[in-house]
Design a protein around this ligand. Structure first.
Ligand code: PMP
Length: 405
């Protein structure tokens, strides 16, 4: 069955509220909120608001149950062994920083942490900070000329001093998907922990996170059609049980005296203070809604659109694509440059066509450096995109080339 894109678009309030032309191709920055998530957020904030985990009255009890159900829905979407493996966070950035703190004691002076040049800054800076705190060394795998992780450096990059390997599952610039299996195998050989940045992978369908071979997996709700402000960090149960707390405060304890604290079991130990309740409920609703979609049809649809975009860009003079051509090794995140024209100027002209794209370094400056540039344009697709979005982008680019090149 092919995808009924019109029906899918009706599940996203924005498409009936934004005046045409509206071609939203900035999904790697944030996806649009689906109706299920918007309803969950609004219902909580306007008709069901109470703090979670504390109250005994019915409203608070219902909010607490809804929060627990949101965690369970996210756990099911990820394929976690259970909801207790899922720490609710404010997003991928928070999750990766949390990871870098709770893993700190495993890193000693002279150890190494391996990342890559493909990473978003939020999967670079926390590890750099950790390496500095511990006197460890940060190493980075290279990228291939077509913007994939270069696994040729894997054996040398991971050795007996490597304590942590932190890599992206899907690049937010080139759309390249990381083959995690050989990395997980090599990390396991040396006893290193594998952290995966899943921010760009999760909008592309449910996962079986326990079979990926990683130990931690970070994600953001707003990139999987939930609200902004919520995310999750999955941690393999056996590892999670061993990890020390991160932030101290309410709700992460079982008993506090002036001298000592006994910490709550995971995941609560890692969730000090009032969590982002509404956004977490929205993320849970989005996960449950996404889990019911026909992902085979969506994957075929996204591949068709990605091919149309890549072929269209290829036909335009002076356009250079950064990223793999093999549709099996990538999602529909496409970075490109128009020779002689700054990415921001391209995006501004595209906006005149109702086309929303992003220009800049995409929080991936080491990757820009590898590409020998400072900025690219990026068009990123979601299941609700259609051929008209690609065609509007290509038409806008023809104008850019006519007037600016
Ligand atoms: N990693 C990747 C690959 C991303 O694309 C992003 C968001 N652009 C992040 C991490 C950070 O996510 P957030 O801003 O939701 O914390």
């Amino acid at each position: 069955m092919s995808l009924d894109v019109a029906a899918l678009r009706r599940s996203f309030p924005i498409f009936s509220r934004q005046p045409p032309p509206f071609h939203y191709l900035d999904n790697a920055a944030t996806g649009q909120i689906c109706a299920a998530a918007a309803e969950a957020l609004t219902a909580y904030e306007t008709a069901g608001r109470a703090n979670v985990k504390r109250g005994v009255y019915r409203l608070a009890d219902r909010a607490t149950s809804a929060f627990a159900e949101a965690r369970a829905r996210i756990a099911r979407y990820l394929g976690a062994a259970g909801p207790e493996e899922v720490i609710l966070t404010s997003g991928t950035t928070f999750g990766l920083n949390l990871a870098a703190h709770v893993l700190e004691e495993r890193v000693r002076a002279g150890d190494t942490i391996l990342i890559s040049r493909l990473e978003h800054h939020s999967n670079i800076v926390p590890w750099q900070m950790l390496a500095k705190r511990r006197g460890a060394r940060l190493r980075a795998l290279d990228v291939t000329a077509d913007g994939r992780l270069d696994l040729a450096g894997l054996d040398a990059g991971i050795d007996r001093r490597t304590r942590i390997v932190a890599l992206t599952h899907c690049s937010n610039v080139t759309g390249a998907v990381t083959d995690l299996a050989p990395i997980a195998a090599r990390a396991r050989e040396v006893g290193a922990v594998l952290v995966v940045d899943g921010a760009q992978r999760v909008p592309h369908g449910p996962l079986e996170v326990t079979t990926l071979g990683c130990d931690l997996y970070a994600l953001s709700g707003h990139k999987m059609f939930g609200a902004t402000g919520a995310g999750a960090l999955w941690v393999r149960g056996e590892l999670l049980a061993e990890l020390p707390p991160f932030l101290g405060g309410g709700e992460m304890i079982t008993r506090v005296t002036i001298e000592e604290t006994a910490y709550a079991p995971p995941p609560h130990r890692f969730e000090a203070g009032t969590p982002p309740i509404g956004p977490a409920l929205a993320m849970g609703a989005a996960a449950a809604w996404l889990a019911e979609l026909d992902w085979r049809a969506i994957a075929a649809h996204e591949k068709t659109l990605t091919a149309r975009l890549l072929e269209g860009l290829d036909r335009l003079p002076g356009v250079r694509i950064h990223g793999p051509r093999d549709l099996e090794a990538r999602y529909g995140v496409v970075a490109f440059e128009v020779e002689g024209v700054h990415a921001h100027d391209v995006c501004q002209i595209l906006d005149g066509f109702g086309v929303c794209t992003r220009g800049g370094h995409h929080c991936a400056q080491p990757l820009m450096e590898a590409f020998g540039t400072v900025a690219t344009v990026r068009a990123s697709l979601a299941p609700y995109n259609e051929e008209a979005d690609i065609d509007a982008l290509l038409e806008g680019l023809e104008r850019v080339i006519r007037i600016l090149r």
